[in-house]
Design a protein around this ligand. Structure first.
Ligand code: ATP
Ligand code: MG
Length: 566
């Protein structure tokens, strides 16, 4: 951690840990874990959980495990495991030892299940899924005991063994905890702890055809690893009694404490792996790392830095109350970071040809400017002024609005880091579109104010000859609705309605952009402030022939200014 980074803000979890340490609970140790299910790429919500878990371990000189909660083999994949490891490392965190897998504990979990059966705390149930649903009751009505609930221990042991051997079909039998069918908490109504799945597992191959359920697995995995504080999101609050019940029945090495905090919700996007996967699978975006995605890999490709995401996580804090964070907060964090670290450059995104007729043909002048206005250590960059240059189309208006400060007919403007020019003539094509401007320059204005008049506007430019071609990808919100998920809730039958709110203009590709010469050696991942335009980061699609830039974020929050946000 660099010296400029401030101490993390306090929160209720830190208070609990401080208290535990002062009582010498867990011998004063702090062991946390980040437990993703490898069924998709991580998103910004996971980043909050990563920063919290790894951050606490760091600050309290404890450790944090990376544990894959891999109990759902059909949805899981090695690709996801690899991406998760890469994302956690990229964010700047190190897990203790090797990554862990809940599947490492399958044998132990199985033994504990036998212990539960022997203690009369679990039974094999042969109700069909439909019957089981009916027996479960509802929020208003208690459930009913399964007719299999009082089978003998011997029979349960025998049936469970035969489940394990693959004698029964999927769904034919399950192992259930024997708790209380009348509990007001549905999670406690004899929840399933093992089910039959005749599928190969990415870690254990075909060793198992019964797989433990998440709730049963999670608490035991925590206990085996000696986790002290098991942090999860608020929706697991109702699962805590089950977490504790399982550990209370078993002779596990420890009994970790589950603590819930509010998940991160970000407006104009979604943070559900399932829905993000749908966007990818149905080609609404170009992949998990599409720069419009709220995934960590998407944000990285977009140009977000690990520091900006850690800063964001710290700013939003950790509470017990669900809320929605404005996308502007995330954008603020990357803008702050790049303001200090990104070198400046000029890039004309939508070029308009300008011929400076007063400039001798073939004459070139080498000019330069600092890479950063406030950081001399970044040095200077050179670029050439020539007779033909490009300016941005949006910097010229034939009929300018009042107080227009850019270029218009018969008026002057300063070319940034160069001379003052004046527009003398507008050339149009047959459709009436402006295709070129004929201008003249004032040779006495390099680094000086023009004599006897004021020129207010400054626009960026590049030399036509001494510039490099670039493609610039401009991004907007992925969704047009602040809360695509809840807007979609008005539709009952299926949950694909969030797709109705996809922003059709979320990506604009500007394929004829021109960047100043100093950008010729740009490598994928390099970030710049394109003067007057915003912060841009070179995309992995960049080749030696063509630079490709993603707009990471605009210079200012113009989106809020346009009256879009509330
Ligand atoms: P999703 O709903 O996107 O699939 P999940 O909770 O099922 O998320 P997991 O892989 O189980 O995904 O999550 C790993 C950890 O990240 C869990 O501890 C979970 O609580 C946490 N987490 C997931 N989403 C968020 C979020 N939006 N904000 C904070 N933490 C989150
Ligand atoms: Mg989950």
């Amino acid at each position: 951690m660099s010296e400029t980074e401030t101490k993390p803000s306090s929160n209720f979890i830190r208070h609990i840990i401080d208290e535990d340490i002062s009582n010498n609970k867990n011998e004063g140790k702090v062991v946390t874990r980040f437990p993703p299910e490898p069924n998709g790429y991580l998103h910004i919500g996971h980043a909050k959980s990563i920063c919290l878990n790894f951050g606490l371990a760091q600050d309290y000189k404890g450790i944090c495990n990376l544990r894959f909660d891999d109990t759902n083999p059909e949805k899981e994949d090695m690709e996801y495991i690899d991406s998760i490891k890469a994302d956690v490392s990229w964010l700047g965190f190190e897990w203790a030892d090797e990554p862990k897998y809940a599947s490492n504990y399958f044998a132990q979990l199985h033994q504990y299940a036998i212990d539960l059966i022997k203690a009369g705390k679990a039974y094999v149930c042969s109700l069909s899924p439909d019957e089981a649903r009916e027996y479960r009751g509802s929020l208003k009505e208690p459930g009913k005991n399964s007719p299999y609930r009082d089978q003998s221990v011997e029979e349960n042991l025998d049936l469970f063994e035969r489940m394990k051997k693959g004698e029964f079909d999927e769904g034919a039998k399950v192992l259930r905890a024997r708790i209380d069918m009348a509990s007001p908490n549905i999670n406690m109504r004899d929840p399933i702890i093992y089910r039959i799945r005749k599928v190969e597992h990415h870690q254990t191959g075909n060793e198992w055809c019964i797989y433990p359920m998440y709730d049963y697995t999670h608490c035991i995995s925590d206990a085996i690893e000696g986790i002290t504080h098991s942090l999860c999101t608020l929706e697991f609050e109702d699962h805590r009694p089950l977490y504790d019940w399982v550990l209370d029945q078993l002779d596990t090495p420890t009994h970790p404490q589950q603590i819930e905090f509010a998940r991160l919700n970000l407006n104009y996007t979604i943070t559900s792996k399932r829905k993000l996967k749908q966007l990818v699978d149905e080609n609404h975006v170009l992949g998990w790392d599409d720069p419009r995605m709220p995934t960590i890999s998407g944000l990285r490709r977009r140009g977000y830095t690990p520091a900006s995401i850690r800063d964001f996580s710290d700013r939003i804090g950790v509470t017990k109350v669900d809320g929605v964070v404005d996308m502007g907060t995330l954008e603020f964090c990357i803008r702050e970071d790049l303001e200090h670290s990104a070198p400046r450059a000029m890039c004309v995104i939508n070029p308009l040809k300008v011929t400076i007729e007063s400039w001798a043909d073939g004459h070139e002048e080498e000019l330069s400017a600092p890479r950063h206005p406030k950081d001399e250590s970044m040095g200077r960059r050179n670029f050439k002024m020539t007779r033909v240059i490009y300016i941005d189309r949006s910097d010229f208006e034939e009929v300018p609005p009042p107080k227009y400060k850019r270029l218009t007919v018969d008026k002057e403007v300063r070319l940034r880091n160069s001379y003052v020019i004046k527009c003398n003539e507008v050339i149009k094509d047959e459709q009436g579109e402006v295709i070129e401007l004929k201008c003249s320059h004032d040779a006495d204005t390099l680094g000086k104010k023009p004599e006897g008049r004021k020129v207010k506007g400054v626009i960026h430019w590049v030399s036509a000859e001494h510039s490099v071609p670039a493609e610039v990808r401009l991004y907007d919100r992925l969704f047009t609705e602040e809360s695509p998920d809840s807007a979609a809730k008005n539709h009952e039958d299926d949950d694909s309605h969030f797709l109705d709110f996809l922003n059709p203009d979320s990506l604009t590709v500007m394929s004829n952009a021109r960047a100043e010469m100093s950008l010729a050696d740009t490598q994928s991942g390099d970030s710049f402030q394109f003067e007057r335009e915003g912060y841009f980061t070179a995309d992995p699609d960049t080749t030696s022939e063509k630079l490709v830039f993603n707009r990471t974020v605009s210079l200012r929050d113009s989106w809020a200014k346009a009256g879009n946000s509330k």
